[in-house]
Design a protein around this ligand. Sequence first.
Ligand code: NCD
Length: 314
Amino acid sequence: MNLKGRYLLEPMDFTMEEMDYIFKLADKIIQSPERFMHACDGKLLATLFYEPSTRTRFSFEAAMLRLGGQVIGFSEPNSSSVAKGESIADTIRTVACYCDIAVMRHPKEGAPKVAAYATDMPIINAGDGGHQHPTQTLTDLLTIHREKGSFDNLTIGLCGDLKFGRTVHSLIKALSRYKNIKFVLISPNELRIPDYVRREVIEKNNIPYTEVEKMQDVIPELDMLYMTRVQKERFFNEEDYIRLKDSYILDAEKMQLAKKDMMVLHPLPRVNEIAVEVDSDPRALYFKQAKNGMFVRMALIMCLLGVEKEFMED
Ligand code: NCD
């Protein structure tokens, strides 16, 4: 397996075997993190965040620091030459003069791809507009892998803003490769999954799916419920956002209808869509999931820098 020098723009950039390789390394890191304290000594990660972030940026930074590497970057693009009108290609060519690997989040769909094509340095898409968020998908899959040991035979409910939610688009793509998957798409009519995802991913792979508006009716059949926030920043007018923002609230009462081992995931940040009372339910995995995000990003960074080989031997 060799992922050295590769980029990650969308989940399908890696084969299922390559994904398994990353999860295997993440498992090793979780088991004994101290072994990895110097895995990236002398390496430098750039974090280029043109959009707000807590988990993604912090988990990448924490990941690199825990591997012994260092981090530079911005979370406020107006503090860099972006404010002077520099193109993404020029910014990334410059960053590549100083760093070994870069992570980019951008409000425009495709921006990390423009960056990846402008340099040989590995580029990781940390979310591009309403399009894709492949490292969140690695996080989600690692969480499923650690809970269930397999990705097959799952009925997966995705609930909330399926239109603008890039985490949902990436997760559906990645899960479409596993066996005997079924999707239950729960959203208000206005926030249904985009046609390109439905046609080119779900229908093309002959995956059974249903689209519903009410969560209560379908919750008993789910093995996993993936909750999402209504993506305020992608709405064209505030009235629509206000009308739709509280479409779904998962609470203890609804959890009573669910299977005893239904996994509840959420990429976070949560706004109102999961009542705080659900946090103490053992099926609520979202904070565990956030922690897994750091471990899987440690594994990803190591693989793209090609420093993982010696750790994979035993
Ligand atoms: C998600 C994102 O940025 O798309 N957050 C994250 O990275 N964990 C989800 C969201 O913002 O709703």
